[in-house]
Design a binder for this molecule. Structure first.
Ligand SMILES: NC(=O)C1=CN([C@@H]2O[C@H](COP(=O)(O)OP(=O)(O)OC[C@H]3O[C@@H](n4cnc5c(N)ncnc54)[C@H](OP(=O)(O)O)[C@@H]3O)[C@@H](O)[C@H]2O)C=CC1
Ligand SMILES: CCCCCCCCCCCCCCCC(=O)[C@@H](N)CO
Length: 346
């Protein structure tokens, strides 16, 4: 087939536009992405740092040369974690691991005092990782109202308290990173998580609003959405989680805390706002990017190009989740009937 000038002209123009677009993306990127924060010599404060993801973040931070403060309630576990984390220090003379026992969920002044103590000992906090949290999964009617309050107090207000305690110094120094540990259940409301998902979704609104306020001060937020992660907290939850919640959560796989911690610190140091883990995490983060701030042009380009397709994929996932819930309901009905038949026979 003869290749006509008009077609080659159109192809050339399309190619030129595409190349121009890509060059613009890479030229504009530095204007959007903040300068990476090196953890070497920085003070990283981790709430929930005595177990699971928080402890893994503290270990990864000291591996990168940071001075670390870990906050939790149980002193025994804090001291045990401190010893473990210290094993990974690169420079035992310069680095320090401090542990402070305080309940972050109840009283802001107690948290403020703990952060002040940490800053007096290790210097101003450069990065705050809000990891302390708890999860409770059960059907809505089986969750006591107080559990809804408890989930909000620990998962949401706990992060507000710690963030409030560091934000003024970060703004004054024009240097800071704040990580909010949400969950994939903070991107999709799941069966069994009426209390938990709500508390994790709340962090999203807080993160977007605060990021708009503090961007001019070179302070960047990262909200991270981990999938199931093999921690002591997760093992405890597994013992009472409804079957539906387990089946749906398993679709995104089970990850190790050290891998999750590396991803969190990687994204936080470069100021990425939406931090995800795994392919399902990438799909979810793109499909639910909403009005979140852009921290890289390439990310923005991907979102623009994939939004429609990912919504279609999301609908297939939602269809499969509905079928899982329906199947579990039928199985439960059958078990109940068999149990009643057995009892009526005895
Ligand atoms: N594991 C998973 O599958 C996933 C977890 N997440 C989130 O990651 C975070 C950590 O989870 P994970 O590592 O599994 O949990 P763990 O239960 O293993 O660790 C929780 C940590 O938070 C501390 N903590 C809990 N409540 C308080 C409180 N009121 N005040 C101070 N510290 C507190 C605990 O110490 P202490 O009890 O001594 O206070 C502990 O150090 C949570 O926010 C969770 O929602 C998100 C997605 C997946
Ligand atoms: C384009 C659309 C892609 C959709 C992918 C959907 C995958 C949903 C998986 C949800 C997993 C939730 C894990 C929560 C774990 C948690 O928070 C812990 N506390 C354990 O309970």
């Amino acid at each position: 087939m003869q290749f006509f000038p008009i077609e080659s002209g159109a192809v050339m123009i399309a190619l030129a536009v595409f190349v121009g677009f890509v060059i613009m993306i890479f030229m504009l990127s530095p204007l959007i992405s903040p300068r990476p924060m090196k953890l070497n010599g920085s003070h990283v404060l981790v709430t929930g740092g005595s177990s699971g993801i928080g402890k893994a973040v503290a270990v990864e931070a000291v591996k990168q040369g940071a001075l670390v403060t870990i906050i939790a309630r149980n002193e025994q576990r804090l001291l045990q974690a401190k010893k473990e984390i210290e094993q990974h220090m690169r420079d035992k003379d310069r680095q320090k691991v401090l542990c402070i026992s305080v309940d972050i969920s109840k009283d802001f002044s107690a948290v403020e005092k703990a952060v002040q103590q940490a800053q007096e000992k290790l210097g101003p906090v450069d990065m705050l990782v809000n990891c302390a949290g708890t999860s409770f999964a059960s059907r809505f009617e089986d969750i006591p109202v107080d559990e809804f309050k408890q989930q909000m107090e620990v998962n949401y207000y706990g992060s507000i308290h710690a963030t409030k305690a560091v934000i003024s110094t970060m703004k004054y120094r024009r240097r800071g990173r704040i990580v909010l540990v949400s969950s994939q259940a903070g991107q999709i409301g799941l069966y069994g998580f009426t209390a938990y998902s709500a508390s994790k979704f709340a962090l999203r609104g807080f993160a977007e609003a605060l990021q708009m306020e503090v961007k001019p001060y070179n302070v960047y937020l990262t909200i991270t959405f981990p999938p199931d992660t093999d921690t002591p907290g997760f093992q405890t939850e597994q013992t009472f989680k409804p079957k539906e919640t387990k089946l749906i959560s398993e679709t995104a796989g089970l990850y190790q805390p050290d891998y999750v911690a590396k991803r969190i610190l990687q994204d936080a140091s470069v100021g990425t706002f939406l931090s995800y883990i795994g392919l399902d995490g990438y799909l979810l983060a793109s499909a639910t990017c909403g009005m979140s701030p852009l921290t890289s042009m390439t990310e923005g380009m991907q979102q623009v190009l994939t939004m429609g397709l990912f919504r279609v994929i999301a609908l297939f996932y939602l269809g499969s989740f509905d079928r899982m819930v329906a199947r579990c309901a039928v199985e439960r009905e059958k078990e109940m009937k068999e149990k009643q038949d057995r009892e009526s026979r005895d």
